[in-house]
Design a protein around this ligand. Structure first.
Ligand code: SF4
Length: 218
């Protein structure tokens, strides 16, 4: 529908509005003749990045900011990620929001293993990234990336809801840029990639179990 209107607001048959400039934002500006060409890769990634459903769980004070991000003022629904799922089977994104104690770490890894691929992890706040103010405590894990792969790190104590939204946008950009084949393809398209990660166990004095190699510097 791109017909011009007469002075009464009625459509003038056969007469069309002039095209907007390149900065226009109506659908007719982006799809001039109702036909859009794209690649399977872009369409596939577009669907993935706009339907990232987080797992509904929180660990400490950062979770309050995560909850605020989903409420009306910050409205995470604008990014297609408002459907917090109560089951890991239905979730795409784990937001590790809060202090990960060594008592809780095995449960976090187990929940992650129960999520289907493609799945993503955001480490929200200093505690989830490195232990935060409790880093030197005997009972706090110095970073969840010791046991599960993290896609986006959001620093802060706590990060504000806007920071979580920015982290989500960063994750969406990462998803949009992933090739479906070749070396940079996502884990769920790589038959050799691990499907589950070792769950740490309690040893005599600390958690024991294989840890992931340190992430390369950005
Ligand atoms: S980073 Fe700060 S706000 Fe977040 S869980 Fe740790 S202590 Fe709480």
């Amino acid at each position: 529908m791109n017909e011009a209107l007469d002075s009464t607001g009625g459509a003038v048959p056969g007469q069309r509005f002039p095209r907007q400039d390149a900065g226009g934002c109506g659908p007719d500006d982006r799809v001039p003749e109702g036909v859009m060409l794209t690649t399977v890769e872009r369409l596939y990634n577009w669907g993935r990045k706009n339907s990232v459903w987080p797992l509904q769980f929180g660990l400490a004070c950062c979770a309050i900011e995560m909850i605020a991000a989903s409420m009306a003022r910050f409205d995470m629904a604008r990014f297609g990620a408002e459907v917090f799922r109560p089951s890991p089977r239905q979730a795409d994104l784990m937001i590790v929001s809060g202090t990960v104690t060594k008592k809780m770490a095995p449960q976090v890894v187990r929940l992650y293993n129960q999520m289907p691929e493609p799945r993503y992890v955001i480490a929200m706040g200093a505690c989830a990234i490195c232990g935060g103010p409790f880093r030197d405590g005997y009972n706090v894990l110095p970073g969840i990336d010791l046991y599960i792969p993290v896609d986006v790190y959001i620093p802060g104590c706590p990060p504000r809801p806007e920071a979580l939204l920015e982290g989500l946008i960063a994750l969406q950009k990462k998803i949009a840029g992933q090739p479906l084949t070749g070396a940079g393809r996502p884990r769920h398209l790589d038959a050799d990639a691990p499907g589950a990660f070792p769950v740490p166990e309690y040893g005599a004095h600390d958690l024991v179990g294989p840890q992931l190699p340190a992430a390369p510097d950005a």
